[in-house]
Design a protein around this ligand. Structure first.
Ligand code: ADP
Length: 525
């Protein structure tokens, strides 16, 4: 069994005894068999010394137990790493950024404290999964929808804290958060927003409270352990429909994205869009690339191929939720606006008035209809992935520049066609796009070494273009934080000043988001 660095075996044994007293013997895990579950199954360092390993895990069930854990960790200088359900796949799973941390596994804190279908919010503990919350709502016939991440086995708390996304109008999960309860490093309980007053009636309806807003300090952070979260929900819509918009040629993406941004920012389009390219899909089956390769065909040649094959260059499915007459009008208006692009075509999709028998064959639809699912795994091509996810502007020009920049990188690294994946953007957030890459992880050290190198270059090339990742794997947190370098890393210095003030012993999730406590700062890569 590993001990946390700098902690003697005797001291660690004493700390474990105290943890057992606090949560019960059976909820402190130290065997290799148990601890293997808290490693990243798809680690980019699989089988190598740098692979992050926990020293123990502890699973509290109440906020008082969380307070006790923090106090014990402070007394013995034990690094902790908090997870909710630990399904942070592609970004490290349950594993800590700092090897030797004790995992604080909150999955037993799984109470649903309230679901309100009159003003539309839920209050949950970290161990509540999307499935749990969905079932709770269904069993009681409550008139609200959740917005699951795909896959739905993770927790609303963990996913919102990581600023993950779903597919419905409530897709920006951090944006839906209203009111947190947090255990601070000194064991104190803090309630944010209106929760800062006793007996607030609007803790989960009004976000701001009084004075500086601090909620964001607890997202992607190591300043506290979140033990309760308010989340805004969508009132159950009366209907749903979707439709597809296609535009013919490469350059049509510029007016396409301009129209999209107008409709999105006018609240006429509201869900997540994935930009698709039937033409590039075909091109890939012919040995081509999704990216614009320096030695590949020109866009004029690809435009010709699109015409010959009668394939639209760009395409997207748009989804609508709400009263049938409203969503019908929205779709009509969307067609009218995109109709201004010469050669655009449209296809009506599914249309439901609830309750309805819905298409069961599309796992993305299930999620878009507020039902958690594991179906998305069927869409992945096996194996684990390392997520790379830069944010880019919501413009056609940015998409073109990304295709060119990543194409050049792929050529420079001489990556095989099989190693390429669709680098087309999603709209998980308002006002910006995100590219979601999945670099394949394996048990093969050489392939993983190559993937790590590609990853680092992807981060650098993004930064050269003014883009950076919204979230990253535990093994690359320093690298990504490094890119947020304005004014000699003023942001990182500010984060670390706060860290030293609120967690002077540096016990909470050292290394999270590239934030190290003073005593471990030399640890930075
Ligand atoms: P999910 O439950 O969606 O699978 P995780 O439990 O894997 O999400 O959490 C993702 C990340 O968010 C963790 O690695 C951790 O850094 C952070 N995190 C999760 N839960 C908490 C929490 N309750 N308090 C503070 N940070 C958390």
């Amino acid at each position: 069994m590993a001990t946390p660095p700098g902690v003697s075996a005797r001291d660690f044994a004493r700390a474990l005894d105290e943890l057992r007293n606090a949560v019960g013997r059976e909820w402190v895990f130290t065997s290799d068999e148990d601890l293997n579950l808290y490693r990243d199954a798809y680690s980019p360092f699989k089988g190598e010394a740098e692979d992050r390993v926990p020293s123990a895990a502890v699973a509290p069930t109440t906020v008082e137990q969380v307070q006790a854990i923090v106090r014990i960790a402070n007394a013995h200088r034990i690094p902790l790493w908090t997870i909710s359900t630990g399904r942070n796949l592609g970004y490290g799973g349950s594993a800590p950024a700092y090897s030797g941390s004790v995992i604080v596994d909150l999955k037993r804190m799984n109470r649903i404290i309230e679901v309100n279908d009159k003003t539309h919010y839920a209050v949950v503990e970290p161990g509540v999964s999307y499935f749990d919350l969905y079932r709770y709502i269904q069993e009681r016939g409550l008139k609200v929808w959740i917005d699951p991440a795909d896959p739905g086995w993770g927790s609303p708390v963990g996913n919102a804290l990581e600023r993950g996304g779903g597919r419905t109008p409530m897709r920006d999960h951090w944006n839906a958060v209203c009111g947190l309860e947090v255990v601070l490093a000194n064991g104190e309980i803090l309630r944010t927003g209106m929760g800062a007053m006793e007996n607030s009636e609007v803790w989960h309806q009004y976000k701001y409270g009084f004075g500086p807003l601090v909620d964001g300090l607890f997202s992607q952070s190591n300043f506290g352990i979140v033990t309760r979260m308010g989340l805004w929900l969508m009132p159950s819509p009366e209907g749903y429909r979707d439709g597809r918009v296609n535009v013919a040629q490469h350059d049509d993406l510029v007016p396409f994205m301009e129209t999209y941004a107008y409709l999105m920012n006018s609240d006429i389009l509201r869900g997540t869009m994935l930009l698709e390219s039937p033409l590039l899909n075909y091109h890939v089956t012919q040995g081509g690339s999704f990216f614009e390769m320096p030695n590949g065909p020109s866009t004029t040649e690809l435009d010709r191929l699109a015409r010959e094959r009668n394939l639209p260059y760009w395409s997207a499915e748009f989804r609508f939720w709400g009263p049938p007459k409203v969503i019908d009008a929205q779709w009509e208006y969307v067609k009218e606006k995109f109709g201004a692009i010469r050669g655009s075509t449209f296809a009506d999709g599914r249309r439901y008035v609830f309750p309805a028998d819905v298409d069961q064959n599309d796992p993305t639809l299930t999620v878009a209809l507020g039902t958690p699912s594991l179906g998305v795994f069927g869409l992945l091509q096996g194996g684990g992935h390392l997520g790379f996810s830069p944010i880019i502007p919501m413009t056609g020009d940015a998409v073109f520049r990304a295709q060119k920049a990543f194409g050049r990188l792929y050529a420079e690294l001489a990556l095989p066609a099989a190693n390429q994946f669709a680098a087309l953007p999603w709209s998980y957030n308002p006002r910006a796009l995100v590219l979601l890459f999945g670099l394949p992880m394996s048990r093969d050290r050489e392939q993983n070494r190559q993937s790590r190198e590609i990853f680092e270059r992807l981060v650098e090339v993004s930064a050269e273009n003014g883009w950076a990742e919204y979230r990253t794997h535990i093994a690359f947190m320093d690298k990504v934080a490094e890119m947020y370098s304005y004014n000699d890393h003023a942001m990182r210095r500010f984060h670390e000043k706060l860290k030293d003030a609120v967690d002077p012993n540096g016990i909470l999730s050292p290394g999270k988001s590239g934030i190290w406590p003073q005593r471990l700062r030399t640890n930075r890569d």
